[in-house]
Write a protein that binds this ligand. Structure first.
Ligand SMILES: *[C@@H]1O[C@H](CO)[C@@H](O)[C@H](O)[C@H]1NC(C)=O
Ligand SMILES: *[C@@H]1O[C@H](CO)[C@@H](O)[C@H](O)[C@H]1NC(C)=O
Length: 381
């Protein structure tokens, strides 16, 4: 566009621009004084040229951003295919333990210091912190009561608002009356005191479901080197999708038992939930709480076993084995708000983790003949 105000082309442009101005803006033409008209229009012309280009660029980038965000929203939230881990679980059905020719070491077992399982295995557990083996947490979930057994911490002498479970019959001890519950429960810790309000005062749960103050829960953080580590798809429910995200059956079948124990593992920590903010831990999402001063994650049992849950027992074995277990032997107090914050964080994940926002049932304590004999002890620092 020319800059000579005498140019007829420019006059034409002025008229054109005035028309544009009238249609685009609500400012009436009478706002311009007649004697200033040319100068004003010249200025308006220059202004408009610049703003038009500017507006054009802004519009384009807004459109691009909108398209981008629509694309992002679409691919992140609406498109099932974008969750690259969905359905990647490799399916291994539970088997009758007695039918197995090759023994399948199980979890959770006794993790009391000094305990050694009775199932002879060649594989050793991965005793490094999992992040040092390219593993990342791919899920977090918890069980009602403890699946593991740590004498003096979570065992038959613990208690809670719904009582405890007895020492198993196979461990040759007298049985007490079992409490009937909807979920198959595990052992409770020794902290519970019905006279102390922090174990009894109800909490207004906003995000977790089916939780009780004073109750014991065993939290599991499955880790995998084949997870979608560092991406929006890292955390998955079911956790098997997280574990096997980048592992297909062909590759899996080339792995030796030791490769599996090195690359797949679960961190486990047992808590009694209290209504007391002095036990608040803001981040239960990224793994076991390790705090030297509080004695958390300091006394850890290492062994190889399987996945757990109440579909497995001492008759029905999990075939997801041998994976490494790193189990904190101590039971810790934790605030209800810590769990509720965890559930909040879980709701923020790309995958729908709603199936893990409540406690799961516990497997019965694994009998000695199904527990690997490779227990190791080491500080996780
Ligand atoms: C994920 O996979 C399952 C089965 O593999 C399928 O039923 C489901 O529709 C898929 N999508 C989501 C978002 O879960
Ligand atoms: C667990 O192991 C400890 C140490 O070996 C032992 O004293 C205890 O009786 C075991 N508990 C059960 C239930 O087997």
């Amino acid at each position: 566009m020319g800059v000579n105000p005498q140019s007829p082309v420019l006059e034409l442009d002025h008229a054109h621009d005035q028309h544009l101005l009238d249609t685009m803006c609500t400012a009436p033409a009478s706002a311009f004084q007649p004697h200033d008209k040319i100068r004003d229009l010249r200025a308006a012309n220059l202004f408009l040229s610049l703003t038009t280009i500017g507006l054009f660029i802004v519009t384009l980038s807004l459109l691009a951003m909108e398209k981008q965000s629509q694309l992002c929203l679409h691919s992140l939230l609406l498109d099932d295919d974008a969750n690259v881990c969905n359905g990647t679980k490799l399916a291994f059905e539970n088997q009758l333990c007695a039918d197995l020719e090759v023994p399948a070491p199980q979890a959770g077992g006794n993790v009391t210091n000094g305990y050694i399982g009775a199932l002879e295995v060649d594989v050793v557990p991965n005793t490094l912190p999992f992040y040092q083996s390219s593993m990342c947490p791919v899920n977090v979930h918890w069980h009602l009561g403890s699946e593991h057994y740590s004498y003096g911490q979570f065992d038959e002498n613990g208690d809670g608002p719904h009582g405890n479970i007895p020492r198993p019959e196979w461990a040759a001890r007298t049985l007490t009356e079992d409490k009937h519950e909807e979920l198959q429960a595990g052992f409770r810790c020794h902290h519970y005191n019905a006279a102390d309000p922090k174990f009894t005062t109800t909490y207004d749960w906003k995000h977790c479901k089916g939780m009780d103050i004073g109750e014991t829960y065993e939290v599991h953080w499955p880790h995998s080197a084949s997870g979608a580590c560092g991406t929006v798809n890292q955390y998955q429910t079911p956790h098997y999708d997280g574990i096997f995200c980048k592992l297909d059956m062909d590759t899996f079948s080339t792995l030796a038992a030791q490769d599996i124990a090195n690359a797949i593992g679960v961190q486990s920590q047992v808590f009694t939930v209290v209504n007391d903010e002095s036990y608040f831990y803001p981040d239960m999402m990224r793994g076991m709480i390790v705090d030297e001063k509080m004695g958390m994650g300091q006394d850890v049992a290492f062994y190889t076993g399987s996945t757990t849950g109440d579909t497995r027992s001492n008759e029905v074995c999990s075939m997801y084995t041998p994976i490494t277990w790193q189990v904190d032997r101590k039971c810790h107090l934790i605030s209800a708000s810590s769990f509720d914050k965890l559930c909040y964080d879980m709701k923020l994940q790309r995958d729908d983790m709603s199936n893990d926002l409540h406690p799961h049932g516990s497997r019965e304590l694994v009998s000695d003949d199904l527990v690997a004999n490779n227990q190791a002890r080491k500080d996780l620092r």
